[in-house]
Structure formats: C-alpha cells, structure tokens
Design a protein around this ligand. Structure first.
Ligand code: S3P
Length: 452
C-alpha cells in the first residue's frame, strides 16, 4: 500500500547481552516468487513459512487483482489457485506495490506478455526508483510502458499481444531485472535468454524449474547464460519458504557487537547467491559458526550461531561479492564501525537505487554518530573505531527504508549513547516481528512516545 501511518520514532541503547534463539521470518525474495509463480501455475500451490510483511502482502493483493485466488488459512498456510501462464486478467484498479521494488518489477514481467493493461504505483520511495531497467528489456517482447519522467511510477504497461522471445544481457547486476525478463519469457514462444555478467540471486531459476519449466543456467564467456523455454504449463507446488538470510543479518550483527551476547538463529537459507555477508563477517574475525548444515527444498540451510566479537578488524570486501550481499551493506557498515581499521566496499553503485540511497543514508547516520565515512559514486569506506569506541547519540532518518531503520537500531545496542530513528514503520515491509524478536533476545530497543 502506498505510504503508511504516523511515523514510529524508535530508540536503542546498550544493555544486557543478547541471548537465546531468534526465529526470523521467511525469505522475502522466495515469498514474492511463491505467490507470483503460484498465480501462473494451473491448480493449487500451497506455501508455508511465507513472509507476511507488507511487501509480500501487497504482491498477494496484486495476484488477486490479476485473477488468482490467494487465501491465508487459519494455520498460516497460503493457498494460491493459479490461472496458468498467459492467464492473467486485466486488473480493474491500480496495482499498488507499496515499498517493494521486487514486487513491482517481477509483477511487471509476469503481465508483460499478456494482452492486458495495468497501472502500477507505490509509496514515495518506490515512485522515486528507476523502472526503465525493467521496461527497456520488456519493450523487446513488444510491451509498451508509459510512466513519469525518468521512467518512474506511476506507470502503465500494455502487455504484448503477440510477444517475441528475447535475448538480453543485463547492464546492471539485478535479480529483479533478470526475473522480470524470465517471467515475461514464460508467455513468449521459443527461448528467452538472459545473460548476467555478474551472478545474482537465482531463486527465480530454481523455482521455475521446480514448477516444471525448462530452464538452464550455464557459465559462458560473457557470464551466466540463462535459457527459458517459453509457454510451459507450470505445475502447482508445495513450498516451504526458508528463513531469510537478509533478516537474520540483524540479530547476527547485533550479537557480534553487543557485549557478552550469544545468539542462535536457526534454519537460515544460505544459497551462495545470498550468503556474502557471512563470509565477510568471518573474514573480519567474527565469532560466527554454521551449525547443523543441511539441504532443504534444494537450498543449503544452517543454524547460525553468533557470539560477541570484540576484536574484529576492517576488511576490503571483494567487489565480485557485492551481488550476494547487496542488501546487507547497511548492517555491515554498522559492524565495520565497531571493528578496528577501515572496511572498504567497492562496486556497490546499486546501493544508491534501493529503497533509499543506502550509501548516503548510512554515511549520514554513521557520521552523526561519530564515525568517519568516505564515499564515491560506487564505493564507500567506513573507518572503524573499535569496540566501545563509537559515540552514537544521533537521531537518524530511516528514509522509508526498512534496512536503514534496523541497521541504526542494531548500532545503538553498542554505542556509548542511544541511537534514535525517526520512523521504524518501514520495518514492517520485511521484518514485522523485528522489535519483539530483538527485545526477546534482551535488546534495549523500543518505541519513543511522541512529544506532547
Ligand atoms: C531482490 C533482488 C535485489 C535485492 C532485493 C530483492 C529479489 O534487488 O536488493 O531486496 O528478490 O530479486 P536487485 O535485483 O535490483 O539488485
């Protein structure tokens, strides 16, 4: 839904060690894809562990608007009766994707090769983000798009009545763009090919194969070549959504910096296209172990154990790792502030077009808390002050960005003075139980009463 209610000012401060188990919600990327692919299959898809954050709920509403029957049962299982590839009907209202870039871009792809029109909008954050990266390749199928200047929402797409298959090399490392093209390719004849010079999260490919599509992924000289055979009949699936490694990052990083902590975060999906943060933290000297490593539903899964790590050092994060931890740079920059020496992050231009400009948002808050940050168009360096050496005491803006809000609330658990965030409301888009989960571990995180 566009916008949200009154701002929710929040505060965090040093306190007791964090201990216990943190059961984080389902994976956001897989949750969106479960609903969309379920809507494109013929028959009933059943999903457990779906993330019931606002982003995903907005995608569920969108799937209903395109004609799928999407319901939540009493035990939390979601049931989706799909309409089949090419079966989307024309929505009779505007599709509001709220804060979700993944939602809007994947849904645009899913409708782009059906002979229907749809108008998309979102909140102020989403309406400021670039959509040309999706509508440019979709135009190759024959889809037409008219939006605001600069390719921004609100935007109307008219699907191709007679789509042709597409071969496209991604100009930016984006799983959202890749996925939009593959979903559009489902209803085009022949083979749609996406070439990605840098590998990005591969949930769409894995799940398409699970739903019965013929999709191959091979390493070629220009990168990964993903080929989809068009017009399959997708078979409904029973999906168990793994827990989200991007949400797990918050209790894990909190435990690393809050004195005396020892936290277990069970059942985390560790698909290699998502697990870059954890490799980086280990390189910094974090006391982070993977327990009970196993495979579930074709994805690697482990229980993460994170303990207070007072002697972490800054590192240079390899740029080729960026895509596998793109959502985790904000919270990594927080950990970096408590390490000794600089943490250098290059090849991260994409951070500037997320829910907010995440380099700018984090640099502003870190500086206000007494941490030196250098930045350029596609790089930034956080100069760590060592454990105990960060002043804090800043009031920061979350800029309609859930990960900015959560990162600074984690930071306040180890700064000398409390950290304040102007609005924790956006946290509900991806991690609605963040506050009770963190306070359940013992974290001093809470809401501030508005001044009378
Ligand atoms: C996502 C892909 C990433 C990520 C987003 C989720 C996805 O965006 O930042 O949170 O589910 O495909 P880009 O693909 O644009 O990098």
């Amino acid at each position: 839904m566009s916008g949200h209610g009154e701002p929710i000012p929040m505060i965090s401060q040093r306190g007791a060690p964090l201990t216990g188990e943190a059961h984080v919600p389902g994976d956001k990327s897989i949750s969106h894809r479960s609903l969309i692919l379920g809507a494109l299959a013929v028959g009933e898809t059943r999903v457990t562990g779906l993330l019931e954050g606002q982003d995903v709920l907005d995608t569920a509403a969108a799937m209903r608007a395109f004609g799928a029957d999407v319901t939540r049962e009493g035990d939390g299982t979601w049931s989706i009766h799909g309409v089949g590839t090419g079966g989307f009907g024309e929505p009779d209202k505007v599709i509001d994707c709220g804060n979700s870039g993944t939602g809007v871009r994947l849904i645009m792809g899913a409708m782009a090769t059906s002979p229907i029109a749809a108008t998309f909008t979102g909140d102020a954050s989403l309406c400021s983000r670039p959509m040309g990266r999706v509508t440019d390749p979709l135009s190759l199928f024959g889809t037409r798009a008219v939006g605001r200047t600069g390719g921004r929402l609100p935007m109307t797409l008219v699907g191709a009545a007679d789509p042709v298959p597409v071969r496209y090399t991604l100009p930016v490392p984006s799983a959202q763009v890749k996925s939009a093209i593959l979903l559009a390719g489902l209803n085009a004849p022949g083979e749609t090919v996406v070439i990605e010079p840098e590998p990005t999260r591969d949930h769409t490919e894995r799940m398409l194969a699970g739903f019965g599509a013929t999709v191959t992924s091979e390493a070629g000289p220009e990168g990964r070549v993903i080929t989809l055979k068009g017009q399959p009949e997708l078979r409904p699936q029973t999906i168990v959504v793994p827990r989200d490694p991007s949400s797990a990052a918050f209790p894990v990083c909190a435990a690393l910096i809050a004195e005396g902590s020892d936290v277990l975060v069970p059942n985390i999906g560790l698909n290699p296209t998502r697990a870059g943060l954890y490799a980086t933290l280990r390189e910094m000297g974090a006391d982070l172990t993977f327990e009970n490593e196993r495979e579930e539903g074709g994805e690697p899964v482990a229980d993460l154990r994170a303990r207070f790590s007072p002697a972490m050092t800054g590192v240079e994060v390899p740029p080729e790792r960026a895509a596998s931890m793109i959502d985790e740079y904000p919270v990594l920059s927080v950990v970096a502030a408590f390490a000794t020496g600089p943490t250098v992050m290059r090849g991260v231009k994409e951070l500037r077009v997320k829910e907010s400009d995440r380099i700018d948002a984090m640099a502003a808050g870190l500086r206000a808390a007494g941490v030196e940050v250098e930045e350029g168009p596609d790089w930034w360096i956080v100069h760590g002050r060592g454990m105990g050496g960060v002043r804090g005491g800043a009031a920061v803006a979350s800029r309609l960005d859930h990960r900015i809000a959560m990162s600074f609330l984690v930071m306040g658990l180890a700064t000398q003075r409390p950290m304040r965030v102007d609005d924790g409301g956006p946290i509900a888009t991806s991690f609605p139980v963040f506050e009770p989960l963190m306070t359940g571990l013992g974290a001093a995180i809470g809401r501030e009463m508005a001044e009378a």
